[in-house]
Design a protein around this ligand. Structure first.
Ligand code: UGA
Length: 433
């Protein structure tokens, strides 16, 4: 099949590459000329394990193309995926201006039947809005389908090539058949394709992300309570997760959830609720708890030293989670802001996300070339991202470099046994200090 992907951000690029890998001819469209030019030269604009290889393979096989010319791409395509940003507007609701402006262009440009597939995370009712905009511009028949994306950053290639399910919201039989054909390589291997109406499909995406945000936040509260009563959250987590109605995944406590999805989607669902005179109490509480959780260790550091003024804090990890350079809504940024406000200095190390942080924080903090250099002359270590390289450090070397043997671990990187005989003061989340 010939497919256009409009928007080559995270979701668009991974989706486009995946669809090419499945044998389709894919035209990726973006307004950013520079980016398109670099992609044509084989440069992947994002950091994502495994993507470059698949990207280059499909360019070479002449299944993956890049253009700024939307008309040229649409003319050659049967199906048009929209993978456009839906950033939170001032009131928290998803801003649909990119999606609707491309819908407008599609309405003006199409000359034959097309299926328009919405991959962006959009509020319930967006498919209807896209349909209305396109039909105000053309009499050519078309269908609008909702097909949310469930991939995780850092595992995007793995997730998109091995999806847990494919959700398709469509009220048109013709469009359903086309979507079933596109995803046949997955359904042939047992991946379920779940058809539903557009609104249910749109809500599925928000419900899934919000549920996961609640799950993490619930666990963070359990962890905080563990500390009050002297229980160990690792044990509680294992005991709970063994019930397969609960499951082991997404039960890891830490310094809150971040990223470009959970915070934005929780906010947008709350706002959509308000628009219908409906209050998502559980989501409002989740937001509030998560906000505090992100900086929960700042209080602990302050308590430990009496004051943060003049203290030098080494920070390991800046990305919102491991295996990504993404720092959107990263807990590290909230910690940096408050620590600086309280008079501390920060030396951070994150080989992958450093450049992105520099763009925002600049030289308000210092950056170290490796994890041990960051510790030199620092009063304590704060771990903000769970990069694998931090998992089994040389504690003796750490003790030599740090002024004090003190670790505040926002990601529960070490087992209690690991730190037991090192002489370090070790404060993690939901476990004994
Ligand atoms: C999330 C969802 O997991 C994907 O299914 C979804 O497709 C994606 O959003 C999206 O809407 O595009 P992502 O934001 O890449 O994916 O990251 P996650 O791996 O879900 O992590 C989100 C946050 O939760 C991170 O800050 C992570 O550190 C935190 N987290 C995750 C925890 O604190 N504890 C856990 O047990 C799991």
């Amino acid at each position: 099949m010939n497919i256009s992907i409009v928007g080559t951000g995270y979701v668009g690029l991974v989706t486009g590459t995946t669809l090419a890998e499945l044998g389709n001819t894919v035209f990726c469209v973006d307004i950013d000329e520079n980016k398109v030019e670099r992609m044509k030269q084989g440069i992947v604009p994002i950091y994502e394990p495994g993507l470059e290889e698949m990207f280059l393979r499909n360019i070479q096989a002449k299944r993956l193309f890049f253009t700024t010319d939307i008309k040229e791409a649409l003319d050659q395509s049967d199906v048009i995926y929209l993978a456009l940003p839906t950033p939170p507007g001032g009131d928290g609701s998803a801003d649909l201006s990119f999606v609707l402006s491309v819908a407008n262009q599609i309405g003006e440009m199409i000359t034959s039947y097309k299926v328009i597939v919405n991959k962006s995370t959009v509020p319930v009712g967006t498919a209807d809005k896209v349909r209305a905009v396109i039909s105000s511009k053309t009499d050519i028949p078309f269908d609008v389908v909702s097909n949310p994306e469930f991939l995780r950053e850092g595992f995007a290639v793995k997730d998109s090539m091995n999806p847990s399910r494919v959700v398709v919201g469509s009220s048109s039989e013709k469009a359903k058949e086309i979507m079933a054909k596109i995803y046949q390589p997955f359904t042939n291997t047992g991946v379920p394709i779940i058809f539903m109406d557009e609104k249910s499909s749109e809500l599925t995406k928000y419900a899934a992300n919000s549920f996961l945000a609640v799950k993490i936040t619930f666990m963070n509260e359990i962890a905080n309570y563990c500390e009050k009563v002297g229980a160990d959250v690792d044990k509680v987590r294992l005991g709970m997760g063994s019930d397969d109605r609960i499951g082991h995944r997404f039960l890891f406590p830490g310094i809150g959830y971040g990223g470009s999805c959970f915070p934005k989607d929780v906010k947008a669902l709350i706002k959509s609720g308000h628009d219908e005179d409906f209050t998502f109490k559980i989501l409002e509480a989740t937001e509030e708890v998560n906000k505090k959780q992100k900086v929960i260790l700042v209080d602990e550091i302050e308590k430990y030293f009496g004051t943060l003024k003049g203290k030098k804090i080494a920070m390991w990890g800046l990305a919102f989670k491991a295996n990504t350079d993404d720092i959107r809504e990263a807990s590290s940024l909230d910690n940096i802001e408050i620590l600086l406000e309280k008079g501390a200095q920060i030396v951070a190390y994150d080989a992958i996300a450093e450049d992105n942080v520099k763009k925002i924080v600049g030289d308000k903090i210092a950056y170290a070339p490796d994890m041990y250099t960051a510790l030199e002359g620092a009063d304590c270590l704060l771990i903000a991202t769970e990069w694998s390289e931090f998992k089994n450090p040389n504690f003796e070397l750490m003790a030599e470099k740090l002024n004090n043997k003190v670790i505040f671990d926002g990601r529960n990187m070490f087992s209690m046994e690991q730190v037991e005989d090192t002489g370090f003061y070790y404060k993690s989340i939901g476990r004994k200090t």
